[in-house]
Ligand binder design. Structure first.
Ligand SMILES: [Zn+2]
Length: 82
């Protein structure tokens, strides 16, 4: 980022310029999140809602895979017992 005080180009992670000027932009925020908000400026709540749905779908898939593996192991045990 460019220092508005002395026009020196600073790295994006810099919180303070060499001249002592403190950048007001928080640097803890990841750069990708701001781009994401710009892509969906009207409906940030819908985007976060879709993300929570995506997370729950992933959890359900994990549970289904877990039970499928468990039943498969149970079937194998039954087959080898006979
Ligand atoms: Zn400066």
């Amino acid at each position: 980022m460019k220092c508005p005080s002395c026009k020196l180009e600073n790295p994006p992670s810099a919180t303070r310029c060499d001249c002592g000027y403190a950048f007001s932009v928080p640097t803890t925020e990841p750069p990708g999140s701001r781009v994401d908000i710009q892509q969906h400026p009207s409906d940030p709540t819908i985007v976060s809602h879709l993300r929570s749905i995506d997370d729950s779908v992933r959890t359900i898939k994990r549970i289904v895979v877990f039970w499928a593996v468990l039943s498969l192991i149970g079937l194998l045990i039954l087959m080898f017992r006979h």
